[in-house]
Structures are given as C-alpha cells and as structure tokens.
Ligand binder design. Structure first.
Ligand SMILES: [Zn+2]
Length: 275
C-alpha cells in the first residue's frame, strides 16, 4: 500500500511566524525545520503502523528544502527542491492508495488562521468556493482517484476542511489567535495526535472518497496588485474580471491546478510582485 504525504510548515505545532519557514530566518528557521520534520515522521509512523508499505513525503513549503533528510523517518522517500512539477502535490499520481496533508493552514479570510494564505493571491475561488491549499491537494489527489484521508494543522484549517471536503480524519495541533500568534500543543503531544490520526486515516481508507469536480473547473483569483493581473493575463485563456481579478476555466482539476501554479509563479515574479 502506497501512501503519499505532503507536508507544509505553517500548520506544524510550535510554528507561529513565517521566519520559521524562511531559509534566511536563522535559528527560527532551524527550529521550524526540526518541528516540521519530526511531525512528518509521526505521520509516517502512523501510516506504517496501519499497514503502509511505501511512504513518499513531499516537502510542500517554499523552496522545499525544509525537511531535514537525516532526521526524516528512514522508511520514507523524500521529494524536495524547488522547481518541482506540481509543487505541493509533486510526485502525487494514481499509483497511491491514499494522500495525507500534514502541517497545513487556512486562507487569508480566516482571522484565526495562523500564517493564513493560499499560495499568494489575495483570494482564490475554486468552483465558486473560497479555496485553500488543503483543497488544492484534495482536488489534485481526487483527479488521480486518490482520497485525501488526513488533514493536520490549526483549528481553522481543520474546521474548513471538514466543511468543504469529503469525510476524512482531521487533527488540530494549535489554535490561531491572530495571523502571527497561536495557542499550540506541545510538539510531542502534537506528534502523538498526528501519529494516531495518520494511523486511523490509513486504517479507515475504504471509507473515504476522492474529491471530484464537474468539468469545466472554474477558478477565480484576486491578486494583491493590478500589475500582477496584467502579467497573469499573458497566459492564454485568462479573462479579466476587474483590476485585480482574473478567471479561467479548465477541463480537469489537474489542469486547473497547473494553471493556478503558473499564475502564481508569474504573479510572484520579482519584477511583478509588491508595490
Ligand atoms: Zn507553507
């Protein structure tokens, strides 16, 4: 049984600032890396305890060199490095039996979402619903016929996922107070809960369904600044809704996701992003 685990950093217990996920963050970053790696290990252990025979971990944050290879569970393979096809879903395909998302976070509209964002448009709408990174993972997994069986992160993320996605196991490891403050479990307690959640998710795998969308998948993005939308309009198929908002339709969830990644790269280019 093959289990895919995508790991982000903002929803890891003990992480409350972007410096903890930023390679220029010094000791903050070293701590974030360690917390992320050990919480990923808890999910790997849980999956193995429930019968997984192969586990692939994808480093799903920033330039994707956050997980510390030597500290990662030795039974897991690790996908890392920047310019990864499919980004937070790199390596995910129909060869997996199940997908797990560890350390995820809520979109910008959640005041109680610690380190809230969804890649970096101001607002992402997918099939008419405000969407987030967990939803993107669920959509890509669903395209491949794979169920997202576990979501871990802050309470806002777990609440959203329960409301928007097919049934799955949710594990909250902290509660956001503001975008930059949280009330967190001790990392060891968090790891125990992530372990138990991953084990339960894999054991109950036959109960879960992949997330599917009718074609076409309609995506709307509001960027922070109009010049970002100007440049995103260079991508064929984009429709301009207003100064900062673009819209596009894709035949599949996977195509919609790939186009979203392309818009995100264009909008975040140093010549385009910011004031
Ligand atoms: Zn991240």
């Amino acid at each position: 049984m093959r289990v895919y685990i995508t790991v982000d950093i903002e929803g890891i217990a003990g992480v409350v600032d972007f410096s903890q996920g930023d390679p220029t963050g010094g000791m903050d970053y070293a701590l974030g890396q360690k917390l992320m790696t050990l919480e990923a290990n808890a999910a790997v252990d849980g999956a193995l305890a429930a019968g997984a025979t192969e586990v692939v971990v994808n480093d799903g944050h920033g330039k994707a060199r956050n997980i510390m290879p030597e500290l990662l569970h030795r039974k897991a393979r690790l996908i890392q490095g920047r310019v990864k096809p499919l980004g937070i879903c790199a390596g995910l395909d129909d060869s997996f039996d199940l997908a797990l998302a560890v350390g995820y976070h809520a979109p910008p509209s959640r005041a109680d979402g610690i380190l809230n964002h969804a890649y970096h448009p101001f607002m992402l709408k997918w099939a008419g619903v405000e969407w987030d990174e967990v939803g993107l993972v669920a959509a890509v997994a669903g395209h491949f016929g794979v169920s997202l069986a576990l979501v871990t992160g802050d309470e806002a993320t777990i609440e959203r996922s329960e409301a928007l996605l097919p049934p799955h196991v949710g594990v909250a490891v902290k509660k956001g107070l503001t975008r930059y403050a949280a009330d967190s479990l001790h990392p060891e307690e968090a790891r125990e809960r992530v372990y138990a959640g991953a084990k339960e998710a894999v054991e109950r795998r036959s109960e879960f369904e992949p997330l599917r969308f009718e074609a076409p998948v309609v995506v709307e993005e509001t960027l922070y600044y109009s010049q970002q939308a100007d440049m995103v309009m260079m991508i064929p198929g984009m429709e301009r809704i207003d100064g900062r908002t673009v819209r596009y339709e894709s035949p599949t969830a996977l195509d919609a996701y790939k186009t979203f990644i392309a818009t995100s790269v264009v909008a975040q280019h140093p010549n385009v992003a910011g004031r």
